[in-house]
Write a protein that binds this ligand. Structure first.
Ligand SMILES: [Zn+2]
Length: 119
């Protein structure tokens, strides 16, 4: 818990796992949810294919992993923050689903459970 969140006016301490983002948990989840919404729109337009699709899948995995670490490594996380993490997980899962639905509409793309090689 070093520097405060970089969002102006927010004095919340930044979680160790989020130090590279310089964001508190609330602002981090907000940012992820916004990004997910944009990507979902992109996917529904059929614009998220090929490399872009891989990029989004990677993003989902990275943010999901980060949130999971915060959720499981932080003793006594306030209920409100637990709820934020869960709702962001749901947003990530919905984005994953949108990507798959978009791929299913395009017969030349694999619509299976083809997830990128996990690292
Ligand atoms: Zn903040």
């Amino acid at each position: 818990m070093a520097a405060p969140c970089r969002i102006a006016g927010c004095k919340t301490a930044v979680h160790v796992e989020l130090e590279t983002h310089e964001l508190c948990l609330s602002h981090f989840t907000l940012q992820v949810e916004r990004a997910c919404n944009d990507m979902r729109v992109e996917a529904s337009r059929g614009a998220a294919t090929g490399e872009r699709r891989e990029e989004i899948l990677r993003y989902i995995g990275q943010q999901g992993g980060l949130l999971a670490r915060i959720a499981t490594n932080t003793p006594r996380l306030p209920d409100e923050q637990k709820a934020r993490i869960l709702s962001t997980f749901l947003t990530l899962m919905n984005l994953r689903e949108s990507l798959d639905r978009a791929a299913a509409r395009q017969p030349h793309l694999p619509s299976s459970n083809s997830s990128p090689a996990s690292t």
